[in-house]
Design a protein around this ligand. Sequence first.
Ligand SMILES: [Zn+2]
Length: 456
Amino acid sequence: MKVRIYIFIIIFLFYSYKSYSNELSEEAYNWLKDFISVNTVNPPGNEINAVNFYKNIFIKENIDFNVAESSPGRGNIWARLKGGNKPALILLQHTDVVPANTENWTVDPFKPTEKDNYLYGRGTLDMKGTGISQLATFVNLKRLGKKLNRDIIFLATADEEAGGNYGVGWLIQNYPEIFKNVGFLLNEGGSGRIVNNKLVFEIELTQKVPVWLRFESEGKPGHGSSPYESSSVTRLLDGLQYLKNNPFPPKIIPSVGDYFQGLSKIVSEEYSDEYKDINTSIKKEDFIKALQKRSPFHHSLTRDTCSITRLGASNKINVVPPLAWAEIDCRILPDQPAEEFIIKITKMMEPFGIKVKKLMAFTPASSSTNTEFYKVINSTLLDLYPESHIIPRVTTGFTDSHFTRDIGINSYGFNPIIIPLKEFRRIHGNDERVNIDAFKTGIYDHLKIIENFVYD
Ligand SMILES: [Zn+2]
């Protein structure tokens, strides 16, 4: 019933817009349809196609822009509206999308298809839809021509889906001027959701830190028919077994504590108290076990984790190999440097004769709720949706925001579009789609937030 009321409110709000934003929503929707057809599947990326798409719009709108390729075809584009001296705001999007397995889709993933009031296509949620919301806001501010209190920068980049080293990572190294005097950034990572019939806005502030490791164990090679006491393979297995049987102790860092506080108001009642007092709950082994079963996502916020994901040894069944290896996807809470964690794992693996190598690790960084921008997002949402819950989110995955948090920019993962929780499963999966009304409403709400921030 409540869902119906929300849908009704959304529809009501949609039809009560000022006509200019109605037109803007329609225009944005047409842009989105065009953008879905622009091929930016990564690999290989070819984000220059997205650059050309945006370039044409900017030329038409008389907006100056810059383009840079980090490698042939890997295009990035940015544009700036000049304003007052306050710390600038970046609207950040990645233009690449993950591949789509065409046989598992009911429609062509790279052709915009309307069905039952949904627009289907790869990128409708991650994140071409959000990208177009940012474009609509940016173009509209330019058209209105009113004095801005700060610069606002549109930034569309390559390669997020493969780590961002040809996109944001590269731009920070090669075009640092884009990020000069920037205080705030809006990116993907959170949105409006309907959870247990409640309207929730989750604004992502920080992420677990990926620490990707390779374990290697060496031993005397030999014939499978005459095994030694131990080998590269058995030692590796012993080490992995130890890692699996000794999970890292649960701990609640302040941002995760805040997130669970927020979640306690929207999870079903039976879990509400446990979430509210998460610091006590994690001390109970039963709770942690049940949490992992019920919500691997929530569970993984309560501790550092390591997933054993790749294994390799002999390429012949009867050969004992000189080397066995495993690759481990560890995600640590952002309260310690990755190096410290790697030292801990290295010591842990020493008794098994396993060497630990770092494949990749980020630095931990968080953004604050105590900023002008976060407060504006918060108050605008409460104006638009007085009944909503607004929660600062911590996530286990990573986006390009870690690059910009590292250089001190308060980066928020947020688009105000409202999406039922189950729709998120389609991201990187099959039949990715966006509700057309929700998208159009999101255009208006996104603009409202930014207007409240850039006009005095
Ligand atoms: Zn994305």
